[in-house]
Design a protein around this ligand. Sequence first.
Ligand SMILES: [Zn+2]
Length: 186
Amino acid sequence: MIKIFIDPGHGGPDPGAQGNGVSEEVVNLNVSLELARLLRNAGFDVRVYRTTSDENVLANKNADLRNRAETANRWGADYFISIHTNSSERPAAQGVEAYVYRLGTTSERLGQSIVNSVAENLGSVNRGVMQANFAVLRRTDMPAVLVELGYLTNATEALNLNSPAWQRAVAAAIFEGIVDYTGYPD
Ligand SMILES: [Zn+2]
């Protein structure tokens, strides 16, 4: 069984990015739960760090990020997928992107597969995969990708990100990107 750890970004005392009346932690959670459902139906072993707004979320931000990575490490996840939603000071900023700790790795190839699938299936601008020194990427032992689904500060993308139908569609696109890279479990 391929073990996939899903990390819905933020939650608890940290709502994440806000834009156009939409809260990041809610979007991240909805998409993560739908992604988990699709992966389980396909035969993956899935664990989700938080399945509610505040489950497992520690009050201290750094301790919480460390705990997310360490929970995945202890479980022995094969892949770590962190789901986030972006914001920018420029309202025109839009599109899907992903972050990995090192380029030229399995993480980058998995991230590219996910970003390409989201861009192709949802029509989002493809901003590619970039390097970032994020704690959940640095502290995880397995290939790890942090996906930014779109920009809450962009009026059009905020409408999409807040839509249950769009949330289901982007979860399906991420699922397809994962399966394109890993194949289905045996
Ligand atoms: Zn975030």
